[in-house]
Write a protein of this length. Structure first.
Length: 445
């Protein structure tokens, strides 16, 4: 049997904009109210997917969400025609209109947590959409995310889908952004690392004081239970609260793992040595490589602005690996120097490929935020909806679809235009046919 890690990237939706919605995410706050270019954002994302596919990796596409979320606006008291709802919200509750319009589902690292079949007791691949309770605009995603995941992984013989966790910050869950997996080969049983920001039950535990900890220990434990992971298969690690307070709102902004390699910043975790010892103990037969980036070489601030750790760490031949990094890493002198030093060392990481995903980066979303990793056997892969797997034809079709339907500038004032609602629905209706995912959106039901 063959095994693959397939990256499912979020297709950037037609309403991509800069609304400053994410307190604790430095880029989102810093770039609030800039004019966005949804067309360029979607194309940068498609180019990243194509580059990975061209390197020989399996690459999938996840559809964006329906925006604006008119159900949110109606639920908070706006009524009448869609146009009236939008114009009323624009003057009486502009923040709610911005939340309703966010294209944040593009960051599919936050779509769900996925446990591969080699780790789970029933031998199925398990999916739990993230509830994303910490931010209003993101809390609108889990239901439709679940619909989309079911339409892509649509075979109960191989895939188990769970409902998202209860919608309260006690069970705040941000999905795969706080989850990584160490293993020998993708098909071997692995160790799933769940990184949380605070304990909801025990307020005496360390927690950040400036910015929110979005993921709780209780949420991570619930996901491990739902997915049928044993005590030996799940390790719960606390993120260093001080780095959350410096803008590390998800663990994938400060650490990334792939197979036998964990690449992380010196200040990423609490009790780092103890946790590394546990990893070694849990995987005695795996030749683990812990690549710790010293704060003296790359500060947490440089990691946050460059997204050095929001890189995709991918496997090449002969147990070598490459980083898929944002071009911002080339532009930061400390990070560029670190990477050239890293490549001269004897570690599995032997190459770096740079991608321009600046439209997404300005909202705090790097290459790794834009993808959900799913490790699959060849049998499981053949049960995936084939229309969502990227090849040259789908790349061309999706580019044409973007050209036809997307605007090349979007500002807050543009969100008041009721024509945008119709434009998005027309585009998404066509997309569901391209990706053959059925009626996943509220407007189609
Ligand atoms: O949740 N930004 C996203 C970025 C998510 C990045 N994902 C990972 N690290 N995996 C967030 O903060 C900003 C939207 C705005 O301000 O318009 C936003 O939602």
């Amino acid at each position: 049997m063959k095994h693959f890690e397939v990256n499912f990237d979020g297709l950037v939706g037609p309403t991509h904009n800069y609304a400053g919605l994410s307190f604790g995410n430095v880029a989102s706050q810093h770039n609030a109210k800039q004019v966005a270019n949804p067309q360029q954002a979607a194309k940068q994302g498609l180019d990243k997917m194509k580059a990975l596919a061209d390197l020989g990796f399996k690459q999938g596409v996840l559809a964006p969400q329906q925006r604006p979320d008119l159900q949110l606006l109606r639920r908070i008291g706006f009524s009448g025609s869609d146009a009236k709802v939008i114009s009323q919200a624009a003057s009486a509750a502009p923040d709610a209109l911005l939340a309703a319009y966010s294209a944040s589902s593009m960051w599919t690292a936050n779509a769900a947590t996925v446990s591969p079949s080699a780790d789970t007791t029933d031998g199925k691949v398990h999916f739990t959409p993230a509830n994303l309770t910490n931010k209003l605009h993101r809390s609108l995603e889990p239901q439709v995310t679940g619909n989309i995941l079911r339409a892509v992984f649509n075979d109960s013989k191989y895939f188990a889908h769970h409902q998202h966790l209860p919608e309260n910050d006690y069970y705040g869950d941000e999905g795969a952004a706080n989850h990584t997996r160490l293993c020998g080969q993708y098909g071997d049983a692995g160790l799933e690392l769940f990184v949380y920001g605070r304990s909801a039950a025990d307020a005496s535990q360390p927690a950040p004081t400036r910015y929110p900890a979005r993921q709780t220990l209780e949420a991570s434990q619930a996901i491990a239970r739902l997915h049928g992971l044993s005590e030996d298969t799940a390790l719960f690690i606390q993120q260093n609260p001080q780095v959350i307070d410096k803008g590390v709102f998800h663990n994938d902004v400060i650490a990334v793992g792939n197979r036998n390699v964990l690449f992380y910043h010196q200040e990423a975790f609490l009790d780092t040595e103890k946790q590394l010892a546990r990893m070694r103990q849990a995987l005695p037969d795996v030749d683990l490589h812990f690549i710790e980036v010293p704060a003296a070489q790359v500060s947490v601030e440089d990691a946050v602005t460059s997204y050095l750790f929001n890189t995709q760490l991918v496997s090449l031949a002969d147990n070598k690996m490459a980083l898929i990094a944002p071009t911002d890493c080339q532009e930061n002198p400390a990070v560029a120097a670190y990477l050239s030093d890293l490549l001269s060392q004897d570690t599995p990481i032997q190459d770096v490929h740079y991608m321009d995903v600046k439209q997404s980066m300005r909202n705090g979303g790097g290459p790794a935020c834009l993808r959900l990793r799913v490790a699959l056997t060849d049998q499981e892969l053949s049960a995936v909806n084939p229309y969502t797997l990227l090849d040259n034809e789908l790349y061309t079709t999706l580019n044409q679809w973007v050209d036809k339907h997307y605007r090349d500038r979007l500002s807050f004032d543009d969100l008041k235009d009721p024509q945008l609602v119709t434009e998005v629905c027309t585009a998404l209706d066509e997309l569901t046919r391209i990706l053959n995912i059925g009626s996943v959106y509220p407007f189609q039901q």
